[in-house]
Design a binder for this molecule. Structure first.
Ligand code: COA
Length: 142
C-alpha cells in the first residue's frame, strides 16, 4: 500500500515496484520510468511545505531508491543509479552510480560486472562481522 497526492501529476512507467508506506507527492509532477524500484517508507516530494520547495521529480529507467529515503523537489535520478537506504536526496544524481547519505553523495560508479539478472548485485556480505564494544576489556567481533 502506497499513497499518491496529486495523482494527475504522476507519470508511472511499466514494471515499477513501489514499497509499502511510500508517499508520492506529485502535485508538481513526478515521472517514474520503467523498471524503477522504490523501497518501503520513502517520500518522493514534488512539494515540500516545511521549506517551501517545489518542482518536478524524474526517476529514470531502472533506478532504485532504498528504503526510508526522501527525494526532494527538482531532483532527477539517473538511469540504473541506486540510492542507499535512509538517504536524503536534494540534488541530481547521475546515471550508473551508487549514492547515499544525508545529503546523498555519489559514492561510486556501478561497474558492469555488478549488473546481472534482476539488476545490481551487491556485496551480499551475509557473514560480514560487526564490531561491538565489550565491557571495558576491549573489542570483540560478532
Ligand atoms: C547502497 C547499497 C545498494 C550498497 O550495497 P553494496 O554495494 O552491497 O554495499 P555494502 O553493503 O558492501 O556497503 C559498502 C559500504 O557502504 C556502507 N553503506 C552501504 N549502504 C549505506 C547507506 N545506505 N548509508 C550509509 N552507508 C552505507 C556500508 O556500511 C559499507 O561500509 P564499509 O565499507 O565500512 O563496510 C545498499 O547498502 C543499500 O542501501 N541498499 C538498499 C536496500 C533497500 O533499501 N532495499 C529496499 C528495497 S527491497
Amino acid at each position: 500500500m502506497w499513497v499518491v497526492q496529486g495523482l494527475d501529476g504522476l507519470i508511472l512507467g511499466r514494471f515499477t515496484d513501489i514499497g509499502a508506506f511510500t508517499l508520492i507527492n506529485a502535485t508538481n509532477g513526478v515521472t517514474i520510468e520503467d523498471e524503477v524500484q522504490i523501497g518501503p517508507h520513502c517520500a518522493i516530494l514534488s512539494a515540500s511545505t516545511i521549506d517551501n520547495k517545489w518542482g518536478p521529480i524524474h526517476l529514470k529507467k531502472k533506478c532504485c531508491i532504498g528504503t526510508h529515503s526522501t527525494v526532494m523537489p527538482n531532483v532527477t535520478i539517473g538511469e540504473n543509479s541506486i540510492i542507499g537506504a535512509y538517504s536524503f536526496v536534494n540534488c541530481d544524481i547521475p546515471a550508473n552510480v551508487i549514492a547515499y547519505g544525508i545529503p546523498a553523495k555519489v559514492q561510486h560508479t556501478i561497474m558492469p560486472d555488478k549488473l546481472g539478472p534482476g539488476g545490481y548485485h551487491g556485496n551480499n556480505k551475509g557473514d560480514k562481522t560487526g564490531t561491538i564494544l565489550d565491557d571495558g576489556s576491549g573489542e570483540r567481533t560478532v
